[in-house]
Design a protein around this ligand. Structure first.
Ligand SMILES: Nc1ncnc2c1ncn2[C@@H]1O[C@H](COP(=O)(O)OP(=O)(O)OP(=O)(O)O)[C@@H](O)[C@H]1O
Ligand SMILES: [Mg+2]
Length: 232
């Protein structure tokens, strides 16, 4: 394993208050993700996997503990800096694609670059290259509703990776797809991991997919409790 840590969390605590009920989800979660590493996060439904991913991505703030993107603490800086760090370093893929319905695939993929201040023409060109890379070169002008489930998920991956992030956070990225399409999307993630040296953090319920990652982390009782190293 190389020693470039692209994303790290230390002692993360997170509770949610539901009326009278205080649900403590994370109770000191620690995690380091190295450059180009493939990591699976597994654990029973409701154990806090999505919560952990949200905190790692700076989409939500922990009650206690710290998150470091490429060595820098994300809550010690102002909002604008944090957004730039996130935009530059991380990509997100969710179980549901979250593409914007009124925009074409190409516009959707170009969006993170334009938000980051890139010229529209360059952003659209990069979006085309990225969509071609995920096998959607002939679907540039399609809107999400005109794409199949697998195509939408591939477009979402293209959008997540168009900024060339160091790390992709994926929450059950193939969970809504049929088996053949899920396999295709997963192979695509593995290929991009190798070709672009992107670290891959994937929440999955699929044991076979988890087995193909470098490490499997088990989330249990609010902590990263067990680690398995795969030899593949
Ligand atoms: N915004 C929220 N408000 C209140 N409770 C929440 C919130 N988000 C998550 N929770 C609670 O935190 C716990 C962990 O949720 P989380 O979504 O992280 O689980 P998960 O491991 O991703 O589960 P699954 O495998 O079903 O996706 C759940 O009990 C959930 O009810
Ligand atoms: Mg979840």
């Amino acid at each position: 394993m190389n020693d470039h840590v692209v994303l790290e969390c230390r002692d993360l605590h997170k509770s949610f208050t539901e009326g009278e009920l205080d649900v403590s989800v994370l109770k000191g979660a620690d995690l380091q993700i190295h450059r180009a590493e493939k990591l699976a996060i597994v654990g029973p439904s409701g154990c806090g996997k999505s919560t952990l991913l949200h905190l790692l991505g700076g989409l939500d703030k922990a009650d206690k503990g710290e998150v470091f993107i490429d060595g820098e603490s994300i809550w010690q800086v102002d909002e604008g800096t944090r957004c730039r760090m996130r935009n530059r370093t991380l990509g997100f893929v969710y179980q549901f694609h979250h593409l914007l319905a009124e925009f074409t695939a190409q516009e959707n993929v170009a969006m993170p670059l334009m938000v980051g201040g890139e010229l529209a023409s360059l952003a659209m060109q990069r979006a085309q290259e990225m969509l071609t890379l995920v096998g959607l070169g002939a679907r540039l002008k399609h809107k999400p509703a005109q794409l199949s489930g697998g195509e939408r998920q591939r477009a979402a991956i293209a959008r997540a990776l168009v900024t060339r992030p160091l790390c992709l956070l994926a929450d059950e990225p193939t969970g809504n797809l049929d088996q053949a399409t899920a396999a295709q999307v997963f192979e695509l993630l593995l290929r991009l991991n190798i070709e672009q040296q992107i670290a891959l953090v994937m929440v999955t319920h699929d044991r076979h997919l988890a087995k193909r990652m470098d490490r499997i982390l088990h989330l249990d009782a609010g902590q990263v409790s067990q680690q398995e190293y795969n030899s593949n």
